[in-house]
Ligand binder design. Structure first.
Ligand code: NAP
Ligand code: GLV
Length: 326
């Protein structure tokens, strides 16, 4: 009997891949860059499983080209790269990796907040440019974090983990999400409407998934409501922010600064105007990048993949409705 064939779109830690190899015939993409869409399309017809990353577009066309596909397992908590509706229509479960990256991602959102508030990248640049001549009363003065007001948009796992960190900094915490007032109270935060959050916050941190509803959630109107001293932090998805509007807001000092782990597109083109701004800190989508967390994500993605190949319920499935229709 032929074995299940699984395409893994990038080299993962050996501990995870070795485990998966016991359950299937593995085809692992060994390129540093993602496989091109056409390559995935060519491979699709023979696949029982696909273990992919957030850089891989898994759309209806690709799914239709894979008649024997039993599972799509994404090594990420966000799954906006996958057409989940098309997978569900075919009864294919889609797995993601929630929880294991929550604290690591929240650490990083807070690191970005602090770096932007206290101007750490600029300060490093200042030394390298030979500008450090003396201690000066005003040079490189930033914004206080302790006692400031943090607005958290999207109060799920990561949003709440950011709130726990903010509480340690004596911050006032405002949240805007869907149906989260109980969680807000538990975290010592106040739930409020979006405009109030934007008007009152010194820092606004985004923790929404990218969906049709949240695309460009922060646009010119929302930026115009923020304080001129406010800092925007985005570790969610680039598409949640209207980048052209953000550029204008930063250029005209309508807000003080932004710190972005995510952009649209990724990687950000070197000619992007955002890269010309001193008050915009951009890093290459690394919020979950700790050695331990990336290993846990890989293991979780493998667990989902193995369960799907066996016809068992995925441990973390984003479209559980596929089971009720079986
Ligand atoms: P989560 O627990 O599902 O939290 C998302 C929160 O956003 C939920 O409370 C959700 O409410 C809320 N929400 C969704 N749509 C909304 C809307 N239209 N208006 C207001 N609130 C809305 O997810 P998570 O684990 O915290 O992850 C959040 C996102 O972070 C992921 O989807 C991913 O895109 C991103 N992420 C990025 C990195 C990185 O490396 N930069 C790492 C991890 C995650 P409901 O519960 O009602 O849906
Ligand atoms: C990373 O961005 C994730 O969604 O896990």
């Amino acid at each position: 009997m032929s074995r299940n064939k699984v395409f893994v779109t990038r080299e993962l830690p050996a501990a995870a891949l070795d485990r998966l190899a016991r359950h299937c015939e593995l085809d692992v993409w060994d390129g540093f860059l993602p496989p091109e869409y056409d390559i995935m399309l060519k491979k699709a017809h023979s696949l029982s499983g696909l273990l992919c990353l957030l850089t891989d577009r898994v759309d209806a066309r690709l799914l239709a080209a894979a008649p024997d596909l039993k599972v799509v397992s994404n090594m990420a908590v966000g799954y906006d790269n996958i057409d989940v509706a098309a997978a569900s229509a075919r009864g294919i479960p889609v797995g993601n990796t929630p929880g294991v990256l929550t604290e690591t991602t929240a650490d990083f959102a807070f690191a970005l907040l602090m770096a932007a508030a206290r101007r750490i990248p600029e300060a490093r640049q200042y030394i390298h440019a030979g500008k450090w001549q003396t201690w000066h009363p005003t040079v490189l003065s930033g914004r206080d974090i302790y006692g400031a007001c943090l607005g958290i948009i999207g109060f799920g796992r990561i949003g709440q983990a950011v709130a726990r960190r903010a509480a340690g900094f004596g911050m006032r915490i405002l949240t805007h999400s869907r149906g989260n007032s109980e969680q807000s109270l538990a975290a010592g935060a106040e739930s409020c409407d979006l405009d109030e959050l934007l008007e009152q916050s010194d820092f606004v941190s985004l923790h929404l998934p990218l969906t049709d509803e949240t695309r460009q959630f922060i646009g010119a109107r929302e930026l115009s409501l923020m304080k001129p001293t406010a800092i925007l932090i985005n570790t969610a998805r680039g598409g949640v922010v209207d980048q052209a509007a953000l550029y204008e807001a930063l250029r005209h000092k309508a807000i003080l600064a932004a710190a972005l782990d995510v952009t649209d597109p990724e990687p950000i083109p070197l000619e992007s105007p955002l890269l010309t701004l001193d008050n915009c800190l951009i890093v290459p989508h690394i919020a979950s990048a700790s050695v331990a967390t990336r290993l846990k994500m890989a293991q979780m993605a493998v667990d989902n993949c193995i369960a799907g190949l066996r016809g068992e319920k995925l441990p973390t499935c984003v479209n559980t409705q596929v089971y009720s229709s079986r």
